[in-house]
Design a protein around this ligand. Structure first.
Ligand SMILES: Cc1ncc(COP(=O)(O)O)c(C=O)c1O
Length: 402
């Protein structure tokens, strides 16, 4: 048993990340009236009285480990399928091959729906449920739809999922099995987004699109708290993260800021390196061109479905975050991603999703460009499990990396 029942949330308001307009957090909101992303803010001074490093010994082993700085007010609305609290594994064999002494993998495959998307949708469904929502709609590359469908099954609510018709078949089956109503769209996630928006307006369903509501990112930020705790309240030198819509990077950066204010870590920060596929790399392009916003990526195509995001609403936040962290952005091609999937499986016994293997594919070029070095503490994010794409592991589809 644990001692977290009826611990209050110190949620104070919602604030626009662009124009700073504030909103009542106990009403349903999605975007700011200026069209930009809203963030949850907390009464950190109040939360500080309850949270310190030793308090973590008695806390839950899921994303509600720190309910004080999560958005759900009542314990009965903190739904869970056991998401979060994933292992931080040392990649000993791969580290030796690459000459990296401290290469670690945050293994998000172990989440209930096989990807880090469980965290965000758990938080967002729980909070929307608390505010009275019972019917949701989401455009997805697959994993976010599966996570929404799982948590709507758990909360006895209804999901409507719009996804590209070439979404990995197992994920479509998973969404169906969880009881969601689903629609296969001819096009990409941006096309699915248009249909989802139309359906939301027509039927009054709550739209859970990436960063178009304020709470998915709150679930994602728990990855930042976890790595600090797992590293004995220090942060790594570098975090390498695959970027589509960008919630992972943005969420962790928010966590580091909150953690410093809570007195859990100092002012050190990791360099954040965003990885995209060369078939769809709008953030990498904008980063290297010194732009504040990314351009729409035409004819996006990649094996890594979750990275096939030609336009991200939070492009300005992703770019700001990477630059504030003194990090960078890099693209990798699909063949290198496939080789990396095979390599991590063979060397470490871990089957990663293509999006996750993209972070491994980035290691060699980052070493060559001297953007990472052998003594640094490096965390790569294994954002999803390779088991959700069985077709990629068929013997004839495998790539020999040796
Ligand atoms: C396994 C996996 N990794 C990474 C991403 C990219 O995440 P984000 O869209 O939050 O940047 C996705 C998105 O679908 C994904 O499914």
């Amino acid at each position: 048993m644990d001692s977290t029942s009826e611990i209050p949330s110190f949620l104070r308001n919602l604030v626009c990340t662009k124009c700073l307009k504030q909103y009542d957090p106990d009403e349903l909101h999605r975007l700011c009236t200026c069209g930009k992303v809203l963030f949850a803010e907390y009464d950190i001074e109040g939360a500080k009285e309850k949270i310190n490093q030793t308090s973590f010994e008695k806390r839950k082993h899921n994303i509600w480990r720190i309910p004080e700085i999560m958005p759900v007010r009542k314990e009965k609305n903190r739904f869970s399928l056991g998401e979060g609290f994933t292992p931080l594994l040392r990649l000993e064999n791969l580290g030796k091959i690459l000459g990296l002494k401290n290469l670690l993998l945050k293994n998000e495959s172990e989440n209930p729906t096989g990807s880090f998307k469980s965290r965000g949708l758990c938080a967002a469904v729980s909070r929307a449920y608390e505010l009275g929502v019972r019917e949701f709609v989401i455009p997805t590359a697959g994993n976010a739809g599966a996570a929404l469908a799982a948590y709507t099954a758990r909360t006895n609510t209804q999901a409507h999922v719009f996804m590209p018709k070439d979404t990995p078949p197992l994920i479509i089956n998973e969404i169906n099995a969880f009881g969601a109503d689903y629609h296969l769209v001819d096009g990409l996630i941006t096309d699915a987004g248009k249909e989802a928006r139309k359906a939301a307006e027509e039927h009054g369903w709550f739209d859970m699109s990436t960063l178009k509501e304020p709470y998915r990112v709150e679930g994602k930020k728990t990855m930042g708290y976890e790595i600090a705790e797992q590293m004995d309240w220090t942060l790594p030198d570098v975090i390498i993260y695959p970027t589509g819509g960008g919630t992972g990077i943005i969420g962790m950066w928010k966590a580091f800021d909150e953690m410093e204010k809570l007195g859990l870590v100092g002012n050190e920060r990791p360099r954040l390196i965003s990885v995209q596929s060369s078939g769809c790399a709008p953030i990498v392009k904008a980063f290297h061109e010194g732009k504040k916003y990314a351009e729409f990526w035409e004819n996006a195509e990649t094996l890594a479905a979750g990275l096939r995001v030609p336009a991200a609403i939070a492009d300005y936040l992703i770019l700001e975050t990477i630059r504030d962290s003194k990090g960078s952005a890099i693209e990798v091609d699909d063949l290198t991603i496939k080789i990396s999937m095979a390599q991590v499986a063979k060397e470490e016994g871990i089957m990663l999703a293509p999006e996750a293997a993209a972070t491994i594919a980035a290691l060699n070029p980052l070493i060559e460009n001297k953007e990472i070095s052998k003594d640094e503490n490096i965390i790569v994010f294994g954002t999803g499990s390779g088991l959700t794409t069985p077709e990629e592991w068929e013997i004839k589809a495998m790539v020999d990396y040796s």
